[in-house]
Design a protein around this ligand. Structure first.
Ligand code: ZN
Length: 269
């Protein structure tokens, strides 16, 4: 094989060459590109949080959801594996431990939202027609895509918008409360928060939908119809007033006596 190598016809000396580029010259850009190809060649089992950017519909599963902007941002970070969960912090040498604050297992994004026993309890107690198949999820974006398809049963007070994104938000905030405030939030509380958020969201989205009239005006009953029949004497003229059901008529007749020019006399009320 060595004999098959043909030396340079012009007698050039041997030198090092960077094979990924055509001219053999090393560049940081080509090095980054080669590294990204190495990462993508790793199997899903070793990179469970890597998003499937080819098939994942970002518009449908995140940006077009009827939920708050901060929840959409959280979902996007989760799908990108960009949340500061234990595994990512340990990978960047920010923390020594990647333990989940709820169960002690390694806290990946997939674990926090779909695999942790705490998260499983929240999902299984949520009012869905069918519980999500959490054990089948292998990536976070697959989980987000799947729970977005769940049908929520219609208890009153839920309001509009899907419940799944709000559960993911509640799981994230409950995790942060436990880590930073040392406050344990029960499964029931996490569910309750996720189900109460829509009203806040709706108020924020459409503040003009709330009536702004004075409540005393709203509750005031309508005026009763005018029912009277009266007569008065004015400057020698007798005035008969009759009204019924809002209509009225005024008739004047000459009075026999002008002694009391402005003395009303009511026939009956
Ligand atoms: Zn856990």
């Amino acid at each position: 094989m060595i004999l098959k190598l043909k030396p340079s016809a012009k007698g050039a000396k041997d030198t090092w060459a960077w094979l990924p580029t055509k001219d053999g010259i090393y560049t940081a850009k080509s090095s980054y590109f080669e590294a990204s190809k190495l990462d993508s060649s790793v199997g899903d089992e070793e990179q469970p949080d890597r998003p499937n950017t080819v098939t994942f519909n970002w518009q449908h599963n995140i940006w077009n959801l009827r939920t708050s902007p901060k929840t959409k941002l959280l979902l996007w970070k989760a799908a990108q594996n960009a949340l500061p969960v234990g595994k990512n912090l340990q990978h960047r040498n920010i923390t020594d431990s990647a333990a989940c604050s709820h169960c002690g297992n390694e806290e990946s994004t997939l674990h926090l939202f779909f695999k942790c026993p705490y998260a499983k309890l929240v999902w299984s107690n949520a009012p869905f027609q069918n519980p999500p198949p959490l054990d089948t999820f292998t990536t976070t974006d697959q989980g987000i895509e799947n729970v977005n398809k769940l049908t929520c049963l219609p208890p009153t007070g839920i309001g509009s918008g899907p419940l799944s994104p709000r559960i993911i938000w509640s799981l994230w905030t409950s995790r942060n409360k436990l880590i930073f405030n040392k406050t344990h939030q029960s499964v029931a509380e996490t569910l309750e928060i996720s189900m109460s958020r829509p009203k806040e969201w709706q108020k924020a989205q459409n503040p003009l939908s709330t009536p702004t009239r004075n409540p005393t005006t709203i509750n005031k009953p309508p005026d009763p119809p005018v029912l009277f029949d009266a007569s008065l004497t004015l400057n020698g003229k007798k005035m008969d007033l009759q009204a019924s059901n809002g209509s009225s008529k005024l008739q004047t007749t000459r009075s026999r006596s002008a002694a009391q020019p402005l003395q009303p006399t009511y026939s009956h009320l």
